[in-house]
Design a protein around this ligand. Structure first.
Ligand code: GLC
Length: 440
């Protein structure tokens, strides 16, 4: 069994930690301008112009069952979809607003179709809900708000009552937890308490307009203590992330590859975590973006996350027609091809025990029962690969994707030299599967 002690939290973490790999779906009105999901605030688009997207939103190619099939084929075991992003538009039939998909030409409750289709396909379902709301009349004008640079922004802010906004937000979270069956993950986004919390290169656009009077956000902005109490009163074991300003069940490092396993603050126990990534730079569909990750980058992100004891949730931004575009389909195919033969090094695996030292250019994962060790060849070694401290520990070794034996030589210094095929096998990222001797 793994020696890494994971902090026990309220969420039902067992399936999550075993399954390791999910799909994120960012869908909303921003799919129409198709210039990133923050387009409304980056371009300071007026409500009047943004309402055109509402007026014509009609994803006629939307098929939740097709989305679910593609996620499942890619080896994803759960999916989290945006019910409301920062733009404030609701993809579910909320009774607290008319700014929702059932009032657009689509006339659909997309969250209902999402949870039904993905559950039917056997995947766990999660909902992303933005605490930020650039449409709601009571949400504060702050450093990220599309109206932040208006002449009378400070006056406008005085007319906004975050107590009323919180009530709206609580009511919607309650709706999402009550009207759509058992939700497995609630993925909130996000809290920004000071300038340091927003310094990533993406947020520079907003910093230019910052004024001293602008409020920030922290856990009090959302009344997060009571929000979490309310959530747990409806669904005690739901998995909640860390972006309400109060860490719950998972940490959510973003767009970063790491094999480090974070510890729970003030404890020597490890914290469940999930890296979230995009195929390109944008979460929402971005037609002209060219920064799409290569197949090697995609698989590397997955194996690095699991080698650090974490999960990966990979994002798709559907087009405003409701389908995944060809580039997204191609990226999902990369996962499908690799996971089809290599998922044994992902599902039910975690960080390798400290005694195992990864050879240069590789990352390790180990099965939860400790019996199998996986060496992921990020760099392809030529002919031999040496691994220290392995003498007497390996019963059998093979390439995982085709089950072909990998012979090895035990060296006098206690290391092992694997005899590696001179030509890299035709697989995005080759993996060695080692069956460890029982007594190890
Ligand atoms: C960042 C993006 C936001 C996206 C989130 C997903 O916060 O700004 O648009 O929804 O990442 O993790």
């Amino acid at each position: 069994m793994s020696s890494y002690k994971v902090k026990k939290t309220d969420g039902n973490m067992e399936w999550f930690i075993h399954d390791r790999f999910g799909m994120f779906i960012h869908f909303g009105l921003y799919s129409m301008p198709s210039r990133h999901e923050w387009v409304k605030t980056v371009e300071k688009i007026s409500e009047e112009h943004y309402d055109k997207y509402f007026k014509y939103f009609n994803p006629d190619k939307f098929d939740a069952k097709e989305w679910a099939r593609k996620a499942k084929d890619a080896g994803m075991k759960y999916a989290v979809m945006t019910a409301k992003h920062h733009e404030g538009f609701c993809l579910f039939d909320s009774k607290y607003t008319d700014y929702k998909s059932t009032k657009t030409p689509a006339k659909k409750d997309f969250i209902k179709e999402f949870v039904d289709a993905f559950r039917e396909a056997g995947l766990k379902v999660g909902i992303y809900y933005s605490l930020i709301d650039w449409h709601h009349p009571d949400f504060q004008i702050d450093i990220f708000h599309p109206r932040r640079a208006e002449e009378n922004a400070q006056e406008l802010n005085k007319t906004r009552d975050m107590v009323k906004y919180r009530e709206y937000m609580f009511n919607q979270v309650r709706e999402l937890l009550t009207n759509y069956g058992k939700i497995d993950i609630l993925w909130f986004d996000f809290t920004y308490p000071d300038m340091d919390s927003i310094r990533n290169e993406y947020n520079q656009f907003a910093i230019r307009d910052y004024k001293e009077w602008m409020p920030w956000t922290n856990k009090e902005s959302w009344d997060s203590e009571n929000l979490i109490k309310m959530i747990r009163s409806i669904n005690p074991e739901i998995i909640i992330n860390d972006r309400t300003g109060i860490l719950q069940d998972i940490k959510t490092p973003e767009q970063t590859t790491t094999s480090d396993w974070p510890k729970y603050p003030g404890s020597d126990e490890y914290m469940a975590w999930e890296a979230c990534h995009t195929f390109s730079g944008s979460w929402g569909y971005y037609r002209d973006e060219m920064s799409w990750k290569t197949p090697e980058m995609l698989i590397r992100i997955l194996v690095r996350s699991v080698s650090g004891g974490g999960n990966l949730i990979m994002n798709v931004g559907p087009t405003s027609r409701g389908n995944f575009d060809k580039r997204a389909d191609k990226a999902l195919e990369v996962f499908k091809d690799w996971m089809n033969f290599n998922s044994r090094s992902i599902y039910g695996c975690t960080k390798a025990e400290p005694e195992f030292k990864a050879p240069q250019g590789t990352v390790l994962t180990q099965s939860d029962d400790g019996k199998r060790l996986y060496i992921h060849l990020l760099e392809y070694p030529y002919s031999e690969m040496n691994m220290t401290g392995m003498k007497g520990k390996i019963d059998y070794a093979q390439l995982l994707h085709d089950g072909s034996e990998i012979r090895f030589r035990e060296e006098k210094d206690g290391s092992v030299s694997f005899i590696i095929p001179g030509i890299k096998p035709d697989v995005t990222l080759p993996v060695l599967e080692l069956f460890l001797r029982e007594e190890v």
